[in-house]
Design a protein around this ligand. Structure first.
Ligand code: AMP
Length: 216
């Protein structure tokens, strides 16, 4: 059984890998960010302190650990998690990891995979991102630029940069990631369940490394 948590920096390709892993292994992809977004939209069954959650999310802050742990454990109690699961976005703090270990009984993690990507490459992936406000197509000025600089290939609309992809914000997000993740990584290293894969490679190569870890 594979009870897996994926850890990766912003822009580290976590979403892409999570999708490939869950499709291949046929296990549910549990993203706490997605769960919170559906709770605040009223699309998630259960009783939750919605306005409190919204208040944290709107300020870009982490939702308190006890709420996150409770919601994650509830989700893992559903039938589709009986043969394993992939956690995306949880745990985010050492305290969440410790609380989860105490309470998770048969849902304990047996794999934690860290997708390691060089900082300069992350900065290019994030600050190079441009999107078309009309059709939503995403480009990257370094890796997948539009044919004409600054304009969408589909409809000629001027491309825009998201506020949180601006260089100063990106550097801040990476700092926060490093501070929060280091203790988590150390914690799982001590438990001997941490594997590091080289996330600087192409998507399929990163995926291959992950599958090798999971097969071992
Ligand atoms: P994400 O899409 O993973 O960036 O999550 C969106 C928002 O949901 C975050 O900014 C937090 O407010 C909340 N959130 C998601 N996962 C967690 C977590 N493990 N701990 C605390 N807050 C979380």
């Amino acid at each position: 059984m594979i009870n897996l948590a994926l850890i990766a920096p912003p822009g580290g390709g976590k979403g892409t890998q999570a999708e490939k892993i869950t499709r291949t292994l046929n296990i549910p992809h549990i993203s706490t960010g997605d769960i919170f977004r559906s709770i605040v939209k009223g699309e998630y069954a259960g009783s939750f302190p919605v306005s409190e959650i919204l208040n944290y999310m709107n300020r870009g802050l982490l939702v308190p650990d006890d709420i996150v742990v409770k919601i994650t454990l509830e989700r893992l109690g559903q039938d589709d998690c009986e043969n394993g699961f992939l956690l995306d976005g949880f745990p985010r703090t050492l305290n969440q990891a410790e609380m989860f270990d105490k309470l998770s009984s048969n849902k304990r993690l047996n794999y934690v995979i860290l997708i390691d990507v060089e900082e300069e490459s992350l900065i290019k992936r994030l600050t190079g991102r441009r999107s078309c406000p009309k059709c939503g197509r995403i480009y990257n000025i370094y890796f997948s630029p539009p044919l004409k600089e600054g304009l969408c290939d589909e409809d000629g609309e001027g491309l825009v940069i998201r506020n949180d992809d601006k260089e100063e914000t990106v550097r801040k997000r990476l700092e926060v990631y490093k501070t929060d993740t280091k203790p988590l990584v150390d914690y799982y290293k001590k438990q001997n369940i941490l594997a590091k894969v080289d996330g600087n490679k192409f998507v399929d190569e990163v995926f291959k490394q992950i599958m090798e870890v999971l097969k071992a």
